[in-house]
Design a protein around this ligand. Structure first.
Ligand SMILES: Cc1ncc(COP(=O)(O)OP(=O)(O)O)c(N)n1
Ligand SMILES: Cc1nc(C(=O)O)sc1CCOP(=O)(O)O
Ligand SMILES: [Mg+2]
Length: 208
């Protein structure tokens, strides 16, 4: 399996956002280094999710960038995405692995070392670890675990740790020093005045 991209762009499908424009801009800057995770609001229909994911897969293909689908693994299969991401309210990791098959990329959310180890044993390819910081992008999250929490998880597992939650380019060096392999962002790109430039800045911080 090719190595996992270090920069994960999670789509922002809240009203008034233009997720495809941000994906296009980010792909132009990061190319195959980008992983695009299609994440929709809970009230989005499967058809809406399928339509968005299909378009993201098509945008990623010329760059050989990979698309993952959050939560809705049947959509991941239907659009021939590279895999999916699950958390505590989704299919258990072992069930998600059975659905997606052995070759797929499967991400799992982990907020502590114990959960992380269980997820890896169940078949997770990488872990989404956070929230690193407070974020307004998603409601109902626990208190931030900070760089220290990311380090605790990274030391406990041997799969890539992707830090999430209010991550900015300025924080990337500290996250990398703590053992994070990459980062996943919504607002840092979706709310950027120039998403291509913001992508380049994140990527530089991740790869220098
Ligand atoms: C890379 C990454 N990490 C964590 C999450 C959160 O997943 P989950 O806990 O299932 O919450 P929702 O995103 O489904 O609301 C993620 N999507 N990606
Ligand atoms: C979707 C999501 N999951 C998180 C978690 O910690 O599980 S934080 C998050 C939102 C990340 O958006 P931003 O980069 O704008 O903070
Ligand atoms: Mg989920």
């Amino acid at each position: 399996m090719p190595s996992l991209g270090r920069l994960h762009l999670i789509t922002d499908s809240r009203p008034g956002r233009d997720p495809l424009a941000v994906v296009r801009a980010a792909l132009s800057a990061a190319r195959a280094e980008l992983v695009v995770q299609v994440r929709v609001e809970d009230d989005a229909t499967d058809r809406e999710t399928y339509d968005l994911a299909s378009r993201v897969v098509a945008l990623c293909a010329p760059y050989r960038a990979r698309c993952l689908v959050n939560d809705r693994l049947h959509v991941a299969l239907a659009v021939d995405a590279a895999g999916g991401h699950v958390g505590a309210d989704d299919l258990p990791v072992d069930a998600a692995r059975r659905v997606l098959g052995p070759a797929a990329l499967l991400g799992a959310t982990a907020r502590d070392p114990g959960t992380a180890a269980v997820a890896v044993a169940a078949g997770a390819s990488y872990l989404g670890v956070g929230p690193c910081n407070a974020t307004t992008t998603k409601d109902g999250l626990p208190a931030p675990i900070g760089v220290t929490g990311v380090r605790a998880v990274a030391e406990a597992v041997d799969v890539p740790v992707v830090a999430i939650g209010g991550v900015t380019a300025a924080q990337v060096p500290a996250l990398r020093a703590a053992g994070a392999y990459g980062v996943a962002v919504v607002g840092a790109l979706s709310a950027a005045a120039d998403p291509a430039r913001a992508t380049a800045e994140l990527l530089k911080a991740l790869t220098c």
